[in-house]
Design a binder for this molecule. Sequence first.
Ligand code: 0X9
Ligand code: ZN
Length: 447
Amino acid sequence: MQFRTVALIGLLVAFSASAGATRYFGREAVVETEGYKSYVGYTVWQIVPTTDEQVHIVARMSEALGIEFDFWKAPSRVGKAIDVMLAPEQVRPALQYLQGKGLKPVNKIKDLGKHVARDLFAMQSYTPFKAGMAASDFDFDKYHSYDSIIAWIESVATANPTFVSIDTIGQSLQNREIKYLKIGYPSATKAEKNALFIDAGIHAREWIAPAAALYLINQLVTNSTYTSLLQAIDIIVVPELNPDGYEYSRNSDRMWRKSRSGPRRGCYGADINRNFPFKWMVAGSSNNPCSETYAGPSALSEIEGQRLKAFLDPRNNTIKAYLTLHSYGEDILYPWGYTTGHYPPDVNDLKALGQEMFKAIKAVHGTEFEVGNSGDALYPASGASDDYSKSIGIKYVYTVELRPGEGDNDNDQWYGFELPEKFIKPTVEETLPALIAAANRVQNGPL
Ligand code: 0X9
Ligand code: ZN
């Protein structure tokens, strides 16, 4: 459903989010624009299943009702919260189905439109980073546009030529460069160094993930405590792997998750994290182009995934760790994720580094992530970049699901993907030492 909604021009006026209000901006400062989905009247509901049967009831909901629901958190296991977003017209059938089966969904977001309007306001009231500005002028407390992110990483590379280089893994479907920074001093022998590879943004709406990647980059280039680390290894960061989806989530549909390919059967995009050519379409994937977990018409149909594969494959001997940043849930997940109860032979090494990352995160603000196997701890989902990376021989592989978790939102406010900007700082601060723990492991082994 597309709404006509508001975009700001000129001087900004106060944002009004009082209960029940539908007027988000002062009239004198707004114009109406087409094509921005307002999400007014959308709600998000949470179910914490207490039995396996309840997990299955929710998992069958889309099929039972013939509606493609957007699960913000898909059904997982007993005790793990399931979050589902409902369009206004979906509320009645969904609640009838769930309540009819004895479940008690809790309404966590009463009007998603207010959060989306807050994002729109924040986006239009910040100063984007532009070429020519000093790298130190970047505001880490904001969610930045693709252009702003690229301009900043370019300025970081220009300002630090001795140990930072910028390049591209290729273009997205809509011809945006998927750029990366390689941070590390050249080795005396000029041989390829061992590396930690990090990407963010595979899922467009998970805005906190690129923010964490940018914070890491800044720490690495401004904090001299990392010099010896960067002499030993390279850290390669792709801060925005799905730029088309990201820009679409900023400018048209805040809850966009997928790529922007298509249309296929009238719907756009495929889930890049279901599209990799390892156990493609085995689990947790949809063959419906209108589903949020659509795995694509064939393995590796999505250009962004092709680019990532083409970068990783020839470097699988030197890239010793692959971290992919997502949100939300506060999890550190290791392979295999395509099924339950299947682990790589070196799973104890994966658990050990996972525990180190857990401790590193907890030490900062007390946040306790869950360390576990993706299939067991979250849900089986195949064709994801983590399993693919492990399948080509990269040793330490993790999907890191950043904030929020189930318990640490403030004042009973619950946000999901709508993590307000004031949470960027604590989130990226606590993520940093986990990423550094992985880098230290690449430096010191066991490999
Ligand atoms: O479902 C996903 O792709 C990831 N969660 S998210 O909420 N960010 O969408 C988890 C992927 C975990 N890895 C595998 N299952 N292989
Ligand atoms: Zn994700």
